[in-house]
Design a protein around this ligand. Structure first.
Ligand SMILES: Cc1cc2nc3c(=O)[nH]c(=O)nc-3n(C[C@H](O)[C@H](O)[C@H](O)COP(=O)(O)OP(=O)(O)OC[C@H]3O[C@@H](n4cnc5c(N)ncnc54)[C@H](O)[C@@H]3O)c2cc1C
Length: 507
């Protein structure tokens, strides 16, 4: 057990359950809110979850839809990778799937470049620095002479990660400035690094270098599991959200779907009142978890004079969302060629960031493919420039798919779905100090979400769930209740002892 999990396990002498009658309101039914609701109801709180949409899951949600021939299918917000070091996501999933049988490993997910060149991250050693040495040894995009020209001090920072100092040292630089400082050849940089930056939904030139370094540590250098991930074998709605809802309802959780929380005020007696846009007009509770998107939080706080703390409100206002992302799923009348990968990342292929072949890993799509002889392909683009139109993105997706998978060149699109959304948080340079934390200035109110700052290295789904657990722990601490363990990869890299003066000069 590492330092972070030891710390949050403290309090083993604490009580195991909340006193009778404690009520908790969770605003937002995404992973963060559901993680908080899970811990709170397991420790005896009467929990109400308020969610704006008709389904749970937020950015990882799924919902019923129909193909043009009337056949039902489960659509979702897009392909998600469940990395092995998502300890807290896995702990949440074990509530409904103790053996994690709904997860299937993807053994290889290459990065494909514009001329068909490939970079594979599979089969690398999992210990530092051996995975780095092996990647460099076998990468066709990085030769010894390139390494000799690279900036060693910059490159060493990837191994020198330390949660206590990284933000002080690198938050004022952009990810692009840091990547430029490596002086790697363009192709090597594209194939090995650009994918990382985009996977965080932020454009390199608007993302903090410290967040990028944290990602290198969390996903590649600093975890003992390596760059390996699993995928859900059935759609999100069936494999995750329906069983999760059943699990929570059995423990008394009430769901108010299709209701927006509009305001949080002090309740007349004690605790907090959450005002809703539809009946019931409000929900009263002793504690509240705000687990919404950034714009959702901003609009609630703006309308809530009782959340009175000028400094905190200023920080809430300063948060923002990043550029939009786009997801295109197409049902084709042709099969994929043998040997295709379930998932590929792409680099240097216009707006496209990855392509997945759903029929190769997801049960529903596989059954459709077997019944029709077709295939189900999904294309993603992250950090899409806002000036690009939906039509332009969709047409580039279609063109790129046909180029990289020639067997689809003449495929007929039987049906398709296109989503263009803008609700992923931005992590601009210089924002670390004003980023919001789980704790708020108000007793009984905590924050959760993948935009919330915590000391454990984590990102995306893992940060959402970790902050959900931490928010519940924070609120339960008033009653001295045993916290939910929050596990983390090591908080320091192999070279974290490097003194500050070794940091590179970044222009
Ligand atoms: C296309 C795509 C691919 C992704 N791939 C990956 C991946 O491979 N790996 C990974 O780890 N992560 C991935 N992510 C990121 C991951 O989905 C998110 O990090 C995670 O789901 C965020 O969870 P959350 O609970 O913090 O926020 P959200 O899921 O955004 O949940 C917030 C919820 O609050 C609700 N809400 C907002 N305002 C209100 C209000 N006023 N009242 C009531 N409810 C409100 C929203 O409807 C939403 O349900 C991906 C995201 C996208 C979009």
């Amino acid at each position: 057990m590492n330092a972070a999990s030891k710390q949050s396990d403290r309090g083993s002498a604490a009580r195991s359950r909340l006193p009778e009658g404690v009520r908790a309101t969770v605003i937002g039914g995404g992973l963060a809110g559901i993680a908080a609701a899970t811990v709170l109801c397991e420790r005896g709180a009467a929990v109400t979850v308020v969610e704006r949409e008709p389904v749970l899951g937020g950015r990882a949600s799924g919902w019923r839809d129909h193909l043009s021939d009337g056949q039902p299918f489960e659509m979702e917000r897009g392909f998600h990778a469940f990395f092995r070091q998502y300890y807290n996501v896995r702990a949440l999933l074990r509530r409904i799937d103790p053996e994690l049988g709904n997860l299937m490993p993807l053994v290889d997910y290459p990065i494909v470049g514009p001329s068909g060149e490939m970079e594979s991250f599979s089969g690398l050693p999992t210990r530092t620095p051996f995975q780095v040495l092996e990647l460099v040894r076998r990468s066709p995009h990085l030769k010894l002479k390139d390494l000799m020209r690279a900036d060693v001090r910059s490159a060493a920072q990837m191994l020198a990660f330390d949660t206590d100092t990284i933000y002080e040292r690198f938050d004022h630089f952009t990810a692009r400035q840091y990547l430029d400082s490596l002086s790697f050849p363009t192709r090597a940089r594209q194939m090995l690094f650009d994918v990382f930056a985009h996977s965080f939904f932020n454009p390199e030139d608007r993302m903090s270098a410290s967040e990028l370094l944290m990602m290198f540590h969390f996903y590649f250098m600093g975890n003992p599991e390596g760059l390996v991930f699993d995928v859900l074998v059935e759609p999100f709605s069936l494999a995750l959200w329906m069983p999760m809802r059943r699990y929570l309802e059995k423990r008394g959780v009430q769901f108010l779907l299709e209701r927006s929380a509009t305001q949080v005020s002090r309740a007349t007696e004690k605790g907090w009142r959450v005002h809703l846009d539809k009946a019931p007009d409000h929900v009263d509770g002793d504690v509240v978890v705000l687990a919404t998107t950034v714009p959702g939080l901003q609009s609630i706080v703006q309308a809530s004079p009782d959340l009175q703390s000028p400094a905190w409100r200023k920080n809430v206002e300063s948060q923002s969302v990043t550029y939009p992302f786009a997801v295109w799923r197409a049902w084709l009348d042709t099969p994929s060629s043998p040997g295709r990968h379930a998932f590929i990342g792409t680099s240097g292929l216009g707006v496209v960031d990855n392509v997945s072949e759903y029929h190769l890993f997801e049960g529903e799509s596989r059954r459709w493919s077997m019944a029709t002889g077709g295939s189900v392909v999904e294309v993603h683009a992250y950090a899409v420039r806002p000036e690009l139109s939906q039509e332009a993105i969709r047409s580039e997706f279609d063109k790129t798919m046909r180029e990289i998978y020639p067997e689809t060149a003449n495929a007929r699109i039987v049906d398709e779905r296109f989503l263009l959304r803008s609700d992923c948080p931005a992590f601009p340079p210089g924002s670390w100090r004003s980023r919001l934390q789980v704790e708020t200035p108000f007793d009984g109110v905590a924050l959760a979400g993948d935009f919330v700052r915590i000391s454990q290295p984590s990102a995306l789904m893992e940060r959402a769930v970790s902050t959900g657990f931490l928010a519940a722990n924070r609120l339960m601490s008033t009653w001295g209740v045993r916290p939910e363990p929050v596990r983390s990869v090591p908080t320091q890299g192999l070279l974290s002892w490097l003194p500050a003066w070794t940091a590179p000069h970044i222009a």
